[in-house]
Design a protein around this ligand. Structure first.
Ligand code: FE2
Length: 140
């Protein structure tokens, strides 16, 4: 999960820069708010891993940085869907180990990520329904 989270942080931060540079400041600040928890998530995951006697050792997956509004939302949506799958898998794994503390931690993270995912889904639906010019006028 650390590999996914570092990738996510890089991708989300880069996307905020892309959106900001296009002057879509309301959307950029909403995106910033949605990822506010993610550095803490990385911290919590790393601390838990170290507490369990593990070592921090991973390769960051390739971020998919979009170059326009639609790509930004779409790539973040795909990333969030993968994160949800990964977190649910992790819950199963820690369940098999009988590790309730890690399960609680992952469940909290999952709840945040479900919210992030449904926000991205809503934005993509709005973009689809309104078309880009009208959507942009509401997110500037
Ligand atoms: Fe997220």
């Amino acid at each position: 999960m650390l590999a996914i989270y570092w990738k996510a942080l890089i991708q989300h931060k880069s996307h905020i820069a892309v959106i900001q540079s296009e002057g879509v400041s309301l959307l950029a600040s909403e995106m910033t708010a949605k990822i506010a928890d993610e550095p803490q998530t990385i911290e919590h995951l790393q601390n838990r891993l170290l507490d369990l006697g593990g070592v921090i050792n991973f390769t960051i997956a390739q971020p998919h940085i979009g170059t326009n509004l639609r790509e930004v939302l779409q790539n973040d949506y795909e990333l969030q869907k993968n994160a949800r799958t990964g977190l649910n898998k992790l819950i199963k794994e820690v369940d098999e180990l009988g590790d309730a503390t890690t399960r609680n931690l992952i469940e909290e993270i999952l709840a945040d990520e479900e919210e992030h995912l449904s926000w991205l889904e809503q934005e993509l639906n709005l973009l689809e329904k309104l078309g880009e010019p009208l959507y942009l006028s509401k997110r500037m």
